[in-house]
Write a protein that binds this ligand. Structure first.
Ligand SMILES: Nc1ncnc2c1ncn2[C@@H]1O[C@H](COP(=O)(O)OP(=O)(O)O)[C@@H](O)[C@H]1O
Ligand SMILES: [Mg+2]
Length: 264
């Protein structure tokens, strides 16, 4: 489903990804953890064709992403879910989900937004998968934050992708809502055999929802394994990575003069 080998990406002199190897299977829910700036979003953007890797190989849903012409094909294979869902607030929920079908239409119907009956039926089905069938005809801006994120998931499902890439999809939600959104994302994708790579901040959610966890630190994969294997050492490697080895400063001369028990 996703196959990356020695993937590298720099922005000028900033080396962001240092040779990533990753394979994700159909139906697998992979949670990616890492400090801010570790390169998580960049890796997702490479997988979605939004960023071009410098070297290595990358295949998503059978499409070779190192070839530039493959971008449009990819739009059908990989759907993105964002932190700020990117929905059109004044449109109905159903219309927002239908925009997930635009990539599947040819140019003219796409420009005129002439959706087929089958597209509309699919959009309803996707809303059902995220528990929002009853909201189809409401304005999107009348929904709560959690419901809007579920519409974002339904729109991604409507693309009928092989892969969903979710970049911190629950970062702006309260814990209870966040859990329910992740539950919908996991259940819907698992039922359809869609592979998910989901960037998260919270280790708790990663343990609860991930089939597997990938830890990134400074553009290197420092953990790739089960949720059970995510122990203290793994968390240390993911969250306490230093930019470079720091030589401890020599003790100040007077520190030696203080007796072990302190001054008193
Ligand atoms: N479009 C860009 N142009 C220049 N630098 C970027 C761009 N996108 C990301 N970076 C840099 O890449 C590094 C990793 O960023 P990012 O992938 O967003 O990390 P994360 O998602 O783990 O917080 C950061 O140093 C960031 O400044
Ligand atoms: Mg990010």
């Amino acid at each position: 489903m996703i196959h990356a080998r020695q993937l590298r990406k720099s922005f000028g002199s900033n080396h962001v990804l240092h040779g990533i190897d990753l394979d994700v299977q159909p139906g697998e829910f992979v949670v990616m953890l890492g400090l801010s700036g570790a390169g998580k979003s960049t890796l997702l953007r490479c997988m979605n064709g939004l960023a071009q890797p410098d070297s290595g190989t990358l295949q998503v849903g059978g499409i070779d992403l190192m070839a530039r012409h493959s971008r449009r094909q990819l739009a059908r294979q990989a759907a993105m879910v964002f932190q700020h869902h990117n929905l059109v607030p004044r449109l109905s929920v159903l219309k927002n989900v239908l925009t997930g079908r635009l990539g599947a239409l040819s140019t003219l119907p796409s420009m005129l937004q002439l959706f087929r009956q089958s597209d509309i039926a699919l959009a309803h089905e996707c809303l059902e998968r995220v528990g929002l069938a009853h909201k189809a005809h409401e304005r999107t801006d009348s929904l709560s934050g959690g419901q809007m994120q579920r519409v974002g998931i339904a729109r991604a499902l409507a693309q009928q992708p092989q892969v969903i890439l979710a970049d911190e999809p629950v970062a702006s939600l309260d814990p209870k809502t966040a859990r329910s959104v992740l539950q919908y994302l996991r259940d819907a994708t698992r039922g359809l055999g869609i592979a998910v790579v989901c960037n998260l901040h919270q280790v708790d959610y990663a343990r609860e929802f991930g089939d597997r966890i990938v830890g990134l630190a400074q553009g290197r994969m420092v953990y790739d394994g089960s949720t059970h294997g995510l122990d203290e050492a793994a968390l240390q490697a993911i969250y306490h990575a230093q930019p470079q080895a720091v030589t401890p400063a020599a003790p100040h001369p007077w520190q030696h003069a203080i007796p072990a028990g302190g001054l008193l």
